[in-house]
Design a protein around this ligand. Structure first.
Ligand SMILES: [Mn+2]
Length: 318
């Protein structure tokens, strides 16, 4: 029996299913979570299916979370999507379920759960949810709302089909989803819309980016700058991809000072892998897109130096 078959069997065996994903959710996290819920709800109307986790209003055009009563967990199947590490799972009630399943596309840095299905080559967890649907389509129902969500997850995680994880398979899946009558153009527009204050912060990022001779770049957004532009730490996620548009930039890191002290570091690359660097600083993620943390300015400099080394090695090889 394949792991997908085992997962499907476990889903059939439970009356209550609660779906979690990572904290500080991005579109793929919300979309794979809520897209899976939509499919299961339509396919098994007698089951109770919930979505759980902290939420941010910026993604409310996608979906909302359910209120989940704590006493549902002991008899529930918990499915965690799009989350590599247990510490990143939003809402720690996930531990209280009877069984646990992990479905993810990040490198499998931490194996957790009774069943795990991890495909690091997939563009997004949303893409995996569609594979899952297709594998059992004689028993599962895709709905327009599920298709809308899963399409949004793929658009989000591929940067609108820009990043190298975008494959022929990704387009095949997207093409299938587009056969459902949702407004795909609207989804892409919503995902790329920014507020005026984030637009102004983008100007700051472009004005203040530092790039070395090998294309290693960094920007530091201090608490003072966040206050000046009136943006929260969370809202800065909208500017993380911007340096990638600059020809001279190969790999970059955006440091954001946290209210409680220290810095969040978001690492990105168009070439050299940066996830091993992230792992050394309390983080991890994909080869070309990772997150980490710096306790102080000294660690900020260390992380940037490691990015510089990686960029230099990459350029020397060429
Ligand atoms: Mn993802």
């Amino acid at each position: 029996m394949s792991v997908q078959q085992e997962i499907f069997q476990m889903i059939k065996d439970f009356e209550t299913i609660i779906i979690h994903r990572h904290e500080r959710p991005d579109p793929d996290a919300i979309a794979s979570q809520c897209g899976l819920k939509e499919i299961l709800k339509a396919s098994f109307p007698q089951k109770n299916i919930y979505t759980a986790g902290s939420f941010n209003d910026g993604l409310k055009f996608l979906a909302q979370m359910d209120k989940v009563n704590d006493n549902l967990y002991p008899d529930a199947l918990v499915i965690v999507v799009d989350t590599a590490n247990v510490t990143r799972i939003s809402d720690e009630h996930f531990k209280k379920g009877k069984k646990l399943i992990k479905i993810d596309h990040h490198p499998n840095d931490e194996s957790y759960g009774d069943l795990l299905w991890v495909e690091p080559k997939a563009s997004s967890t949303s893409e995996l949810i569609v594979y899952f649907y297709l594998a059992f389509k004689d028993q599962l129902k895709m709905t327009t709302e599920a298709a809308r969500l899963l399409y949004a997850g793929i658009v989000g995680d591929t940067g609108r089909f820009l990043y190298p994880a975008t494959t022929a398979k990704t387009f095949e899946i997207a093409s299938f989803l587009l056969t459902f009558p949702f407004n795909a153009s609207l989804i892409s527009r919503e995902l790329s819309t920014i507020s005026m204050k984030v637009a102004k912060l983008s100007g700051y990022v472009y004005q203040n980016i530092n790039v070395d001779e090998n294309g290693a770049a960094y920007v530091l957004l201090s608490t003072k700058i966040l206050q000046k532009y009136g943006v929260t730490e969370f809202e800065t996620s909208a500017v993380v991809s911007l340096p990638g548009m600059i020809e001279e930039v190969l790999s970059w890191v955006i440091f954001v000072e946290k209210a409680e002290g220290g810095f969040r570091a978001r690492l990105r690359s168009k070439g050299p892998a940066i996830n091993e660097i992230a792992k050394r600083y309390d983080g991890g993620g994909h080869l070309l897109a990772s997150g980490a943390g710096a306790k102080n300015y000294e660690e900020v400099q260390k992380i940037y130096h490691e990015i510089q080394d990686a960029a230099k090695k990459w350029r020397d090889k060429k």
